[in-house]
Design a protein around this ligand. Structure first.
Ligand code: 6PG
Length: 477
């Protein structure tokens, strides 16, 4: 037994993570893949890594020093369960199995509770940053027991991205907390991407800019408060020219966005938790709408005139930047609200400032912006919403007029901006003194005697709608 850490599953993410581990002082990495040919390929491509390779799972387990620690990097679902089963059979109490895939956190909770009686630690760890991140430093979100983190923490810290001198890894919480937070990360990722895409659409349609010019706008934005990995790569994608046709790359890509499911999970769980995550929801739906060619073509056939695109003035791009920033604050506020609700429901002691900090580097949503979120929660972990943190309150107030102009211009021009407009509606919903929810309560009471509360006295009431329309107090509420 010579390796302090093992990796099972050597597809791109797994082999990059294994190489990352091997490149750090003090690590000896055992590797195992179901088909040995892949292992041999990795060994020949990367002799410098000094991998301890095994052809069988028995040899792999034997190559691990105790407590044995193995990170599984295989496809979420059945593949993961098969490998977990093989390891559980061979591991001993105190050993650690890490699932580094994009597992559904409900599965992680179930797996952890199934494995816990064996004394083996099962850790669901969210790993973000794609292939490059896995190789050079991802953001890592491990759940599982605090005890397992004593062994695992230093190993993960050795490979994680570093932001402002701190490794982008923290013990998120017990059992499924890590995969839950990774799921929310992905939901926010969806929202951020959709908002950026809407900004592009506006600059192109209303602003009459070509993709290369929009790339310059994004590159400029990347020097300011919007600085982020997603803005940076957007500029690169927009600057790309299709070698075959000479056209902008963005124009030769079919406009139907796919997804692998984590965004949908975020929304499904937010619905269960009763947390409004409209920004994330609209991003998921926007991908769904894009992938419905039949409906799109049907409406395009019946529509014979489209609104006249409004004229953009000189400050339009700045307005869009402000609208983007304000909408982004809303999306992150909603994501963190979902984290708070999840932590409460599943009993996790999640430190929001630490989550913001480990998202500053390595992951897809990495951004300067996350420093401000970390500061906000560090200053006052009990704020009701990120929107009330002084920095964000000020930023949104500064951008509010521009935000409204952009949403109005979009509506008048017929440019779909589900992200921008839902974020603004969410903000307005929180900001107005009275919501029409009072009328909804009236309707519910009318047709279903669902009762209502009054603004002027305690108690629960019902109006006798089909009788004389007097009000009765409903006892026992
Ligand atoms: C990451 C990414 C990664 C992946 C997602 C999103 O954090 O590194 O989020 O996990 O790209 O699965 O993919 P879809 O857009 O296909 O859902």
């Amino acid at each position: 037994a010579t390796a302090n850490i093992g990796v099972v599953g050597l597809a791109v993410m797994g082999s990059n993570l294994a190489r990352n581990l091997a490149s750090r002082e003090g690590n000896t990495v055992a590797v195992y893949n179901r088909t040995y040919a892949r292992t041999e390929e990795l060994l020949s491509e990367h002799p410098e890594a000094g991998f301890v390779a095994s052809e069988t799972i028995d040899d792999f387990v034997a190559s691990l020093a105790k407590p044995r620690t193995a990170i599984i990097m295989v496809q979420a679902g059945a593949g993961t369960d098969a490998v977990i089963g093989q390891l559980v059979e061979r591991f001993e109490p105190g050993d650690i199995i890490v699932d580094g895939g994009n597992a559904n956190f409900h599965d992680t909770i179930a797996r952890e509770s199934r494995i816990a009686p064996t004394g083996i630690h099962f850790v669901g760890a969210g790993i973000s940053g794609g292939e490059e991140g896995a190789l050079h430093g991802p953001s890592i979100m491990p759940g599982g027991s605090a005890e397992s983190y004593e062994t695992l923490g230093p190993i993960l810290a050795s490979i994680a991205a570093v932001a402002e001198g701190e490794p982008c890894v923290t013990h998120v919480g017990t059992d499924g907390a890590g995969h839950f937070v990774k799921m929310i990360h992905n939901g926010i990722e969806y929202a951020d991407m959709q908002l950026i895409a809407e900004a592009y659409d506006l600059l192109r349609t209303v602003g009459s800019l070509q993709p290369a010019a929009i790339a310059d706008v994004f590159a400029r934005w990347n020097e300011g408060p919007l600085e982020s990995y997603l803005i940076e790569i957007t500029a690169e994608v927009l600057r790309q020219v299709d070698p075959a046709t000479g056209r902008p790359f963005v124009d030769i890509v079919l406009d139907q966005a796919g997804s692998k499911g984590t965004g949908v999970w975020t929304v499904q769980n937010a619905l269960d938790l009763g947390v409004p995550v409209g920004g994330i929801g609209e991003a998921v739906f926007a991908r769904a709408v894009s992938s419905k060619p039949a409906q799109r073509e049907a409406v395009q056939r019946i529509v014979n005139s489209r609104p006249t695109v409004q004229e953009a003035d000189a400050s339009f791009a700045d307005d869009v930047a402000k609208a983007l920033y304000a909408s982004k604050v809303v999306a992150y506020a909603q994501g963190f609200d979902a984290i708070i609700a999840g932590a409460e429901k599943y009993g996790w002691d999640i430190h929001k400032d630490r989550i913001a900090k480990i998202w500053r580097g390595g992951c897809i949503i990495r951004a300067q912006f996350l420093n401000r979120i970390a500061e906000a929660y560090d200053e006052n972990p009990d704020i009701a919403t990120l929107l009330e943190a002084p920095y964000f309150a000020q930023a949104v107030a500064d951008g509010e007029a521009a935000w409204r102009r952009v949403v109005a211009t979009s509506a008048l021009s017929g440019v779909p901006v589900p992200g921008f407009s839902s974020a603004l509606s969410y903000y307005d919903s929180l900001a107005v003194k009275r919501l029409p929810a009072a009328l909804v309560q009236g309707q519910r009471d009318f047709f279903g005697a669902h009762t209502y509360k009054r603004v002027d006295k305690p108690g629960t009431f019902h109006t006798l709608w089909s009788g004389d329309r007097t009000e009765v107090e409903v006892p026992g509420h």
